[in-house]
Design a protein around this ligand. Structure first.
Ligand SMILES: *Cc1c(COP(=O)(O)O)cnc(C)c1O
Length: 451
């Protein structure tokens, strides 16, 4: 057939709309999107015919393309992935996955009306701030608590409400960038606080803070240097020294913990990550930390501390702008209850991963290796999420065979549920520690289909 004859032989949009699978596609994506996709695929085919390509004119082949195009078009940009990277808290991969009961709580709250701001006893308007407060006070030992959008916004609120136009003393070693361009000095400028830097990058003593105090100082701020570690000739003031100095001078002491663990990471072969309870017992007036780092819950900024200061934060206009919704409260409460019931290690996914034994991982790695014709090698998992830099957990990695590791990494990312692996010594490796149990079978079947 000549090109012209072939162009004339193309099926019409209307005839394709009558094709067997069109009814199903209409149900899935709607008539308008289907018609547009058919038009686009026909245009594409016409172009290929005009450039003399030998392509199929078969309607069923064309409809397969249409179905593929619709599937791509309707794929949300935010999708589940399988984290086989061995980084437990991966900020790029959404940080902490929720526990089963947190998932159940979110679903229950998403699908029904609730008393988010309704006082059931009085039958009138209530405050959303009550929902996590009691539990947070119970598990941390604080007087009062407030939840905002994330820890970055917690810091903005604290500085805006408690240090506007006043001096805030901070060690030069703690003027850090946390990630995503979030820099402590910028946040302080933004909130109207006056930055008073003391000490040096590697050494700051309590005397440095003391010497910097003036009439207009209102706060001593400690920021946990979450994502890096200084080694060698290093010194910093103890939090208890800072709180004593603050209180002797009528100032407040604020501690930004970053991750803020409620359990002791040192019990699991890691370095000791500063704990919320420790900061409060050291006398910090306000402590803030993330909900989705070592707490293992939803994205949130959690602020705990002195009742009068928390009340000032609640009353600040920014609190309204930074408030969290019913889904965050329900996930956070369900997560906090694990700490209250003392089943966090078994029930919160990231703690289960942290606490998992090497023998257990080894056994799973050997099973995977057998089914994927791969090798098992020693490796290291990381906590990540700006926690515990430079310390790792020993693990066992499944090293896949591949002529081009980069090409295999790409194909793993192209799976229906993308697989995020890691290259170690030029080999594509999977770390069983961070793969959720319900994703294991899918992980294996997807990889088997690739190799
Ligand atoms: C991670 C981190 C933050 C930011 O917390 P988000 O919840 O990601 O907004 C702030 N301060 C420190 C010290 C951190 O480690």
């Amino acid at each position: 057939m000549s090109v012209n004859e072939r162009l004339r032989a193309l099926p019409s949009v209307d005839s394709l709309l009558q094709h067997d699978i069109s009814q199903q596609l209409t149900g899935q994506y709607g008539q308008v999107a289907l018609r547009d996709a058919i038009r686009a695929c026909l245009d594409d085919l016409r172009q290929r015919l005009l450039s003399d390509e030998d392509t199929s004119l078969d309607s069923s082949d064309l409809m397969r393309q249409v179905a593929q195009q619709l599937q791509d078009q309707f794929q949300p940009t935010l999708r589940p992935v399988i984290n086989a990277s061995g980084v437990i808290l991966h900020t790029n991969l959404g940080r902490a996955p929720l526990s089963q009961s947190a998932q159940d709580a979110v679903l229950a709250m998403a699908s029904q009306y609730n008393n988010l701001e309704y006082d059931l006893e009085q039958g009138r308007r209530g405050s959303r701030y009550v929902h996590a407060e009691e539990l947070l006070c119970e598990v941390t030992g604080a007087q009062a608590a407030l939840v905002v959008n994330n820890n970055a916004s917690a810091l903005v609120l604290i500085l805006s409400a408690l240090a506007k136009e006043a001096g805030v003393v901070i060690s030069r070693g703690q003027l850090v960038e946390i990630g995503g361009g979030f820099r402590i000095p910028d946040i302080m400028a933004q909130s109207g606080a006056r930055l008073i830097e003391v000490g040096t990058t590697n050494r700051t003593r309590i005397g440095d803070y003391e010497a910097a105090l003036d009439e207009a100082t209102s706060m001593l701020l400690r920021v946990h240097s979450s994502n890096f570690r200084l080694l060698g000739f290093v010194e910093s003031a103890e939090l208890s020294e800072m709180t004593a100095l603050a209180h002797n001078n009528n100032l407040i002491c604020v501690d930004d913990l970053g991750s803020g663990a409620l359990l002791d990471t040192a019990e699991y072969g890691l370095l000791h990550e500063p704990m919320v309870q420790e900061s409060l017992s050291a006398g910090a007036d306000v402590v803030c930390f993330s909900g989705d780092k070592l707490l293992g819950g939803p994205q949130a900024g959690i602020i705990v501390g002195r009742a009068d200061l928390i009340t000032r934060l609640k009353k600040h206009p920014l609190a309204r702008a930074l408030r969290v919704d019913k889904l965050t409260y329900s996930a956070l409460n369900a997560t906090l209850m694990h700490y209250q019931r003392q089943d966090a290690i078994e029930q919160i996914p990231i703690w289960r991963m942290i606490a998992r034994s090497l023998a257990d991982i080894d056994q799973q790695a050997k099973q995977w290796a057998a089914s994927l014709a791969a090798d098992v090698i020693d490796g290291e998992s990381m906590v990540g999420g700006g926690s515990l830099p430079g310390t790792t957990l020993p693990t066992r990695l499944v090293a896949l065979k591949a002529s081009s590791p980069d090409a295999l990494m790409t194909r793993l990312r192209q799976c229906d549920v993308p697989v995020i692996a890691r290259i170690v010594e030029d080999r594509v490796c999977l770390d069983p520690r961070t793969v959720l149990p319900q994703q294991e079978q899918l992980l294996l079947s997807q990889i088997k289909a690739l190799i």
